[in-house]
Design a binder for this molecule. Structure first.
Ligand SMILES: C[S@@+](CC[C@H](N)C(=O)[O-])C[C@H]1O[C@@H](n2cnc3c(N)ncnc32)[C@H](O)[C@@H]1O
Length: 285
């Protein structure tokens, strides 16, 4: 099997503009693992090549080796684009729909207990934090609910898109019409084909860059809920555990932690207990 894969990658090499050796791939793997905790499997070689080759061209390098050598310097400004190129940002409005009624009931219980603080810790292009904001508007029946949402991501490129809050109508076609009408402003003229989230939703959210792997997170709890969905899958169990340990003091005693559909925190059973499908609560409240 191993030999077949080698043959395949040699074959792919021949059709590539730049030589991309297994050694180059291993270097990329190590660099992105150390920086972002992302574990790339060997099946990602073609993806890595096609995403990074643009960076080689943009910087005028004539080999992967030269490009990767430049990243040995941790202060190289190219680190940002390298990281952005290797993250996977797939997301959707009201993804994993069942979480939103849970969030709404949770907020409902906190009504009259002061401001609610939510953290969306891998916010990608914004669909997730805006869905949270829409849920809160529905719960409190006002466009200015007593809610603040912190939305963070490692990737500065997706954060900029999230902040802009402009989506193509195609991306919105799964949203029920009444939500579309209530929460978006439809673009006209040059903006036709696009819609922008209402400014009131954006005002509920602070967007900020944050690497979940960093030792110091510039965030202050306690949060009533933390969304950490579909990002832990890129990390190994040890890295996941370290992040979960750091969530503990940031979550209110009866706060909730929302995970992605294929993520399980069973290996951190000393920290978090499953409350319902992919929703966790603290073991020691
Ligand atoms: C697949 S998207 C998930 C988006 C959203 N949470 C959802 O479930 O639809 C994963 C996001 O995690 C971000 N990410 C990857 N590594 C990260 C890290 N070390 N720290 C913070 N965010 C990271 C990526 O930039 C990407 O936007």
């Amino acid at each position: 099997m191993g030999e077949m894969m080698d043959y395949d990658s040699e074959f792919m090499d021949a059709s590539r503009e730049y030589k991309f050796t297994t050694q180059d791939f291993e270097r990329v793997k190590k660099l992105i693992y150390n920086r972002a905790g992302i574990s790339l499997s060997s099946s990602k070689q073609n993806m890595v090549y096609s995403r990074l080759v643009r960076r080689l061209r943009a910087n005028g390098y004539d080999s992967f080796k030269a490009y990767l050598d430049s990243l040995e310097s941790p202060n190289n400004p190219e680190w940002e684009a390298f990281t952005n190129a290797l993250t996977t940002n797939l997301t959707a409005f009201f993804r994993e729909q069942h979480h939103f009624p849970t969030l709404e009931q949770h907020a409902e219980k906190r009504r009259n207990k002061g401001k609610i603080h939510l953290w969306c810790s891998a916010s990608s292009t914004g669909e997730e934090p805006y869905s949270m904001a829409m849920s809160m508007v529905q719960t409190f029946k006002t466009f200015t609910p007593p809610v603040h949402i912190l939305a963070t991501d490692l990737d500065t490129h997706v954060l900029a898109k999230a902040k802009a809050g402009i989506y193509s109508l195609e991306k919105l076609d799964k949203l029920p019409k009444e939500k579309l009408r209530k929460f978006f402003l439809k673009g006209k003229g040059v903006h036709s084909g696009y819609a922008m989230v209402r400014p009131e939703l954006r005002e509920m959210i602070t967007f900020r860059q944050l690497n979940l792997l960093d030792n110091n997170w510039p965030v202050r709890g306690p949060f009533d809920a933390i969304f950490c969905r579909n990002v832990m899958i890129y990390f190994d169990k040890q890295t996941q555990y370290k992040i979960l340990q750091k969530f503990v003091p940031l979550l209110a005693p009866d706060g909730l932690l929302f995970a992605g559909h294929s993520e399980s925190f069973q290996h951190a059973a000393d920290l978090f207990r499953l409350r319902e499908k992919t929703v966790y609560e603290l073991v020691n409240k």
